[in-house]
Write a protein that binds this ligand. Sequence first.
Ligand SMILES: O=C(CO)[C@@H](O)[C@H](O)COP(=O)(O)O
Length: 219
Amino acid sequence: MPARINPSILAADFVNMERDLGKIASADLVHVDVMDNHFVPNLTFGPQMVGRIQDVSAIPLDVHLMITDPERWAPGYAELGAYSVTFHAEAATDPVGLARRLRSMGARAGIALKPGTPADDYLDLLEEFDQVLVMTVEPGFGGQSFMPETMPKLRQLRSAATARGLDLWLQVDGGITEETIVTAARAGADTFVAGSSVFRADDPARQISLLRETADLHF
Ligand SMILES: O=C(CO)[C@@H](O)[C@H](O)COP(=O)(O)O
């Protein structure tokens, strides 16, 4: 399976979103960062905007909720048709219950871990999720540097998934470039969120291909 490249529209031009979505039509999924200015010190958009993105996007949405109280809000994103809905472990009170609810609504369920959150508590629960998002920067802003110290956690998750024979997607998010993607692919990531490196490229479609080919060589 080729690596999945999910450009983060946090790096897109918000007033030209439909135009910028056209630039990433060769991507696997559109990564949509929902931030509430509580869980993270930044604010983006909510269900109304994500619903419009869903309407005009040629490819499915990978929604990443950086919000408090995901139990209240996450099902709404599944309802509007998001392909995957990922919430933060640090914000959820019942991660398994929420993942089951999202799956029952037809969405893939993801759990995200901040750089300082260990994976240990989730290793026995991996069957409950379709993807784990290992944050490779502190959530909240694009354009930060990749944190290589998160790689042992990724390796731990990949070994646990392999040992259990799970088809679990392991996603990395933050500071992904054609250099850092090598490190993340070697540590077991198969799904890569890239904001700045795609949208700041002269040719975003070419950058998506370059990232995909580079990851495939090192997975
Ligand atoms: O979730 C986040 C930031 O919180 C990410 O999705 C960033 O948007 C990735 O941006 P780059 O680091 O690739 O610029």
